[in-house]
Ligand binder design. Structure first.
Ligand SMILES: Nc1nc2c(c(=O)[nH]1)N=C([C@H](O)[C@H](O)COP(=O)(O)OP(=O)(O)OP(=O)(O)O)CN2
Ligand SMILES: [Zn+2]
Length: 118
């Protein structure tokens, strides 16, 4: 069984590896959406794979590092593409949430990166 919990955060970034003529070379902001998908057996007692409250508690400290920050200044995110943010979240969130199966990072409602740990 898979469960998914969505989170949102606001952050600024610029992409240092694109040409100077690319509009994302300049500092700008996004309303990011993160979807964490976890997989496991349903506990017959609780009816949960994982309590959504526990997902929130596991991801909360990471969300604090991202929300209302300049992502380029976050340790390990000097090139904060959606792809790199998804990997950054995976590496940290999977420690607290071992049932994590995928991380989706949406920069806009139409553009996202998904990482499954490989
Ligand atoms: N593969 C990726 N491509 C791009 C990424 C990325 O993370 N991975 N990021 C960007 C920029 O962050 C850019 O800011 C995103 O584009 P944006 O202008 O915000 O989005 P849209 O063009 O869809 O939005 P408009 O409504 O047209 O402004 C670029 N590429
Ligand atoms: Zn951007």
């Amino acid at each position: 069984m898979k469960i998914t919990q969505a989170f949102t955060f606001e952050a600024a970034h610029r992409l240092p590896k694109v040409p100077e003529t690319h509009r994302c070379f300049r500092m700008h902001g996004h309303s990011y959406r993160v979807e964490l998908c976890l997989e496991g057996d349903v506990d017959p007692e609780t009816g949960f794979v994982v309590d959504f409250f526990d997902v929130e508690a596991g991801f909360g400290p990471l969300l604090e590092q991202l929300d209302h920050h300049c992502l380029n200044e976050v340790e390990g995110l000097h090139n904060p593409t959606a792809e790199n943010i998804a990997v950054w979240i995976w590496r940290r969130a999977s420690l607290a949430l071992p049932q994590l199966r995928s991380v989706k990072v949406f920069e806009t409602p139409h553009c996202w990166a998904e990482y499954e740990g490989r």
